[in-house]
Design a protein around this ligand. Sequence first.
Ligand code: NAP
Length: 324
Amino acid sequence: MNVTDAIIVITGASSGIGRATALACAERGGTVVVSARRSHALEQLAQECSNLGGNAVAIPADVTDPDAMDALASGTIEKFGRIDVWFNNAGVTVAGNFDEVPPDVYRQVIETNLFGVINGTRSVLPYMREQGSGIIINHSSVLGKFGASQFSAYSTSKAAIIGFSESLRQELRGSGINVCLLLPAAIDTPIYNQAANFSGLGVKPVEPIYPAELAAQEVIGLIERPRAEVYVGNSGRAGSFARKVTPFAASDRAIGTTWEQDHFTPNPADPSRGNVFEPDSNPDHAKTSGGWPVSEGSSTPYVAAGIAAAAIPAAYLLRSRSKK
Ligand SMILES: NC(=O)c1ccc[n+]([C@@H]2O[C@H](COP(=O)([O-])OP(=O)(O)OC[C@H]3O[C@@H](n4cnc5c(N)ncnc54)[C@H](OP(=O)(O)O)[C@@H]3O)[C@@H](O)[C@H]2O)c1
């Protein structure tokens, strides 16, 4: 599909990857319907998209509210007559050990990330079925491919999105509707600045950190050529590969240690419910970037680590076979 001709709905567009994607689509002359809870940020974004030559409308909606998702889909149809792409992107996160995170926060992370995707899909599917075409892009994460210490609610939600999307893709074979998964590694967005946090320490992304524009490019790529799943950032691809081919004890130790050490700053942080229930009011957190140092091109060591991790069990297998 050509982005220029597409009607594209984006949830969670008021900051980060959703915002970057709206701008990238607008640059190509596409039509975007931008949604999230922060209506002021959406209005500003719609204006920026128009300035870039795109066609943009803001429809505020909370993804945990099925009626609001229905209104987002029907509002888009009323305005533009069809929906070509629906990017289920909205998400929140919480840091802290499983038994330190309050149960209501834990549940709301899953409600937003997983049921947000399910609600959005339920709302758009009847229109896409009627059209006989469409692309649904569900935003998972490399943390959907493997769990990570102190982020169990987030990992749970992202793994479930993979299961949901794979089932849906099988059901929709031959319907003309594509279901795609986006699997980013760490991206420089405000998600870390507005995260709920019960860990006692400040939260930061695990390096290497990729720019939100890279994720937006991958979304454009999925619109032009839908695929089952795409990674954003080589470190995530290498990490997932290593996870598959390395014994659990070794990869649990590697991932657990990395996340416990590299996902936190040394600065103490008070418990916070972040933007899980209410949107963040800090205007700096309604930007594309979270102000984290982007380390493009530095993922080579991670790729090498992935290959090395694959080589260990492969060598072990070869050795045990040659002994037989
Ligand atoms: N940044 C990363 O490292 C990374 C890595 C892998 C995957 N992801 C995924 O990328 C997606 C976008 O996150 P981001 O990194 O761009 O972070 P972000 O800047 O915090 O964006 C999250 C977006 O979701 C919206 N949102 C949150 N709760 C919502 C709700 N209940 N209803 C509607 N919208 C809601 C937020 O806007 P409002 O507060 O205005 O509603 C915001 O627009 C998420 O699904 C995230 O899990 C991010």
